[in-house]
Design a protein around this ligand. Structure first.
Ligand code: AMP
Ligand code: GLY
Length: 429
């Protein structure tokens, strides 16, 4: 079977790497892909938001399955357009992807289906937003409604700061994305991510993962796209996982289907484990990056049958069969360390030479996924993004996985790069 995978980050490299190992798969084509994905299959220079270009490419390649990695094409409705052309697509419709693309939509769905989340208000005018704020307690959580490249959430410590932020957001700080805002109650607890693969009716749950969003050790400094991740995350113990299924995932999937927008693909549930049980921080319509890297690396079995059935339907009642094919019981503790260009998430240089990736890949249990690399005209591997490499390793224990990942990092010679030194700290104690 031939797959077309959309995207170019570490998440997509991990998906390509995993899917290519399936006996069902002949070739994984990528658009646009990256130097790591190029080693797995052909890459085509079409951007993830070039919808016409992607449709043209699909018509040319006639893949048996199209897997959409990032949120941008989902929000633009790529899944619907490709399905209308007869393709099997892993990724939610434009309407269902609004669970990520519109925070107000997502909150309204949660309210309608009785799913636990922070109390909130939705505003387009400053006066009522500020009046609402006055009824809340610090810290104040303000969210741009639309997609803002992970920057649309502001947590303000004081009322004055929050009021100033309301004015800025409503006057276009994030463009159209902040024309509407959501103000939320602050939730206390530890965060984790749960990934549900679904055809809209049936559901298979992957082990919970935890991301490290701040740039500095000990969760300090500015937010990033994610500096590392590990799975399984023990904060989501069996009791919490059971509640996430029963109180969050099942009512969401049932409600969306009943309301005519069945959710197909992977639903990312950002969970806060609060004193009152798990509550939703956010939904995303795709795998997390870098959480996907640890999930793909840690899974012993074949994920392609599950991705295919999520795209085509028929999962309900057969979940146990797909869990067996995934060898979910044998999931290996896994960690990934993100190597980023010095300066990230602020401004950073491009073009610095990276050596040692092959040496790291040759180490026991280590796989290096490319996230922001390029090949220079002389053939050297160079940095071209903020997050550049994901050094990923599995082990018998999380401790072993983390140690192997850092041994991989040590094998990489890239003076212009840096990484966090404490990936997995919450689980390792
Ligand atoms: P989001 O994009 O909605 O996931 O928000 C980004 C980050 O802000 C989350 O990963 C949380 O760390 C934090 N956050 C968002 N909403 C809340 C909330 N209601 N209470 C506490 N922290 C939050
Ligand atoms: N790692 C967080 C995200 O993918 O949104």
């Amino acid at each position: 079977m031939n797959i077309l995978l959309i995207g170019s980050g570490g998440r997509e490299h991990a998906l390509a790497w995993k899917m290519a190992q399936s006996p069902l798969v002949d070739v994984v084509h990528s658009a646009p892909g990256n130097p790591g994905m190029h080693e797995i299959g052909p890459c085509f220079d079409v951007a993830p938001d070039d919808i016409d270009g992607l449709v043209k490419l699909a018509l040319q390649l006639e893949p048996d399955l199209i897997v959409i990695g990032p949120e941008a094409p989902l929000a633009l409705g790529l899944s619907d357009i490709l399905r209308a052309r007869g393709f099997d697509v892993f990724g939610p419709s434009k309407e269902a992807a609004k669970l990520e693309a519109s925070k107000a939509f997502s909150k309204a769905r949660m309210m309608k289906y009785g799913v636990p989340t922070a109390a909130y208000g939705e505003f387009t005018q400053a006066a009522p937003a500020k009046a609402f704020l006055n009824k809340m307690k610090a810290p104040y959580v303000l969210k741009a409604d639309g997609l803002a490249a992970g920057k649309g959430v502001v947590i303000a410590e004081t009322l004055a700061e929050a009021e100033a932020e309301i004015d800025e957001m409503l006057s276009g700080k994030f463009g159209d994305a902040s024309a509407t805002l959501v103000i939320e109650e602050f939730m206390h607890g530890e965060e984790a991510s749960v990934f549900v693969i679904t055809d809209g009716e049936g559901a298979v749950y992957l082990p919970a993962a935890q991301d490290h969003k701040r740039v500095g050790d000990g969760d300090t400094g500015p937010n990033t796209g994610g500096m590392g991740a590990y799975a399984p995350a023990p904060v989501v113990n069996p009791e919490i996982m059971a509640r996430v299924k029963r109180e969050i995932a099942e009512p969401m999937l049932k409600g969306m289907a009943k309301d005519g927008m069945p959710y197909q693909g992977v639903l990312y549930i950002g969970v806060m484990a609060t004193a009152d049980g798990p509550k939703v921080v956010e939904f995303n319509a795709r795998f997390g990056d870098p959480e996907c890297q640890v999930l793909m690396k840690g899974l012993a079995g074949d994920i392609v049958p599950l991705i295919l059935v999520a795209a085509t339907g028929g999962l309900k009642g057969s979940e146990k069969d797909f869990e067996r094919l995934l060898e979910l019981e044998d999931f290996r503790p896994t960690a990934t360390v993100v190597m980023a260009a010095k300066g990230y998430p602020g401004s950073y240089g491009k073009g610095s030479v990276i050596c040692g990736v092959a040496a790291a890949n040759a180490m026991d249990g280590v796989t290096v996924f490319h996230a922001g690399t390029d090949v220079a005209p002389d053939g050297a591997l160079v940095a071209k993004g903020g997050r550049v490499l994901n050094v990923t390793a599995s082990g018998a224990t999380l401790r072993e996985a983390v140690d192997s990942a850092y041994a991989g990092v040590a094998a990489i010679d890239w003076p212009e790069g840096f990484c966090r030194r404490d990936i997995g700290w919450r689980a390792l104690g």
